[in-house]
Design a protein around this ligand. Structure first.
Ligand code: ACO
Length: 323
């Protein structure tokens, strides 16, 4: 049985750091309100002229170096983003060129904050079906460009960044002791469009638009759907919550993260949290959190990591990876 095994990971954050106190200088908000509601203390914001592709390329280069391979070894790039450089072509092809990858396929995938687990799942399927051998899955976003900076209810919640992992098809035994991706679960519910969307687009308004969110509604769906999908992916792999070494959730809100951790019965030290430092970086949040926990020595070879995320669509999913 072919397993998609993680070879390495990397991430990149723009240099400019914006604290809650700095935001409070230009809008009616406070560090206390933001931290209490979300756990966010600061976020990184891309510089003028710094695009999603630039962040993605830096994260990709670090992931390739960590894996000990070069761009020429890749035959697939899946770039999860809701903030591409251009309407077309895919930002993934800009990354492909920069990495010196000349074979295979590179495309963007749009599932907003669930984009990284969607990307992992798609790359895993392609590897298992023989469509790719070595894949780079990237989550990269410049959400600062689609925020309405006059809407304090949304603009304080997000940040920019990128993260990536390299996957390679390797022979496994077909047991849950195998290294690699053990199971994935994906869902969407288009009926929930109006609670989280961007009010623009090339076909509808010919503008980019701004993010609109009914935070309380998203919160309710997130708590219920995350609990369900983590149970689903564990059942698929024949594993239980007690087997999880690390929960690596989408970093939208500390309260949603805590709720999922509690439902799984996991102690807080097994839950990777970066929302305080990065805010919500949409598709980039999970690989940024993964990379932080791998590089500081928490996630080790053989550990079981559960990734989960939810975003606009609504779209949500989970992946179970033996690192
Ligand atoms: N600073 C100070 N006050 C604020 C701010 C702010 N930045 N924003 C809103 N307020 C005020 C509101 O105006 C309101 O005031 P009022 O009571 O006088 O009307 C009050 O604070 C409460 O506002 P709510 O929106 O009801 O606050 P809530 O407790 O629901 O918290 C939040 C809002 C943090 C957005 C929360 O609902 C949440 O985290 N939701 C989930 C968001 C999420 O997970 N998104 C993930 C997906 S993102 C993606 O896919 C792109």
């Amino acid at each position: 049985m072919i397993r998609s095994v993680v070879q390495g990971c990397g991430s990149y954050l723009p240099e400019r750091l914006v604290t809650n106190d700095e935001l409070a200088k230009t809008m009616d908000t406070s560090d206390e309100w933001i931290q209490q509601r979300t756990g966010i203390k600061q976020r990184h914001i891309a510089a003028d002229g710094e695009f999603t592709s630039h962040l993605a390329i830096k994260a990709a280069e670090r992931a390739l170096a960590h894996a000990g391979i070069s761009g020429a070894d890749l035959d697939l790039i899946v770039l999860a983003t809701a903030t591409p450089d251009e309407t077309f072509p895919a930002t993934a092809t800009v990354v492909q060129k920069a990495l010196g990858m000349t074979k295979g396929a590179a495309f963007d995938l749009q599932a907003v904050c669930a984009g990284f687990v969607y990307g992992v799942s798609v790359a895993d399927s392609m590897i298992k079906n023989g469509l790719a051998g070595t894949a780079l899955v990237i989550g990269a976003e410049t959400f600062s460009r689609i925020l309405d900076w006059n809407d304090r209810g949304t603009c304080v919640l997000f940040g920019d960044g990128a993260g990536a992992i390299v996957l390679k098809g390797e022979q496994g035994n077909g047991t849950s002791a195998d290294r690699g991706i053990l199971a994935n679960a994906l869902h969407s519910d288009g009926r929930q469009h109006d609670i989280l969307y961007v009010d623009g687009g090339p076909s509808s308004t010919r503008t980019t638009g701004f993010l609109r969110m009914e935070g309380k509604e998203v919160f309710k769906h997130a708590v219920v759907n995350m609990a369900a999908v983590v149970g689903e992916v564990l059942a698929k792999a024949g594993l239980e919550a007690k087997d999880i070494d690390w929960l690596v959730p989408h970093q939208a809100n500390k309260r949603i993260i805590d709720s999922t951790g509690r439902k799984l019965g996991l102690p807080p030290e097994k839950v990777v949290v970066t929302v305080d430092r990065h805010a919500n970086t949409s598709a980039a949040s999970i690989p940024l959190a993964l990379d932080a926990a791998v590089k500081d020595g928490r996630i080790k070879k053989g550990d079981l990591a559960l990734l989960e995320g939810i975003g606009g669509g609504l779209a949500w999913g989970a992946s179970l990876i033996r690192w």
